[in-house]
Write a protein that binds this ligand. Sequence first.
Ligand SMILES: [Zn+2]
Length: 98
Amino acid sequence: MTSNFFGPDRTLLGYEDTPWSVWVLGPDDIHDRPTLGEALISAAEINASLAAMRMESTSEYDPVMYAVVLHHGYAWSRKSPHCGRPGCQPCVNKEATP
Ligand SMILES: [Zn+2]
């Protein structure tokens, strides 16, 4: 699957009605999380264990797997623009931050 994480033609990876989730590329798992903070912690933990598995593996053919934080189904980063949902607290707070 070719995914465009950011930009105008970005791919919807999760569910638009879920504010925060973590998507794992490879198994295509989606884990809902109540806040951005918890989504970031989950993604970090998943990425750490995937990296450890990768280092212990002797096969070149293991699938590439990593976790991405999703906001309303789309990949999220600190530079992501406001999702455009009225009153979306994480976006509104971010816009208020210089
Ligand atoms: Zn938002």
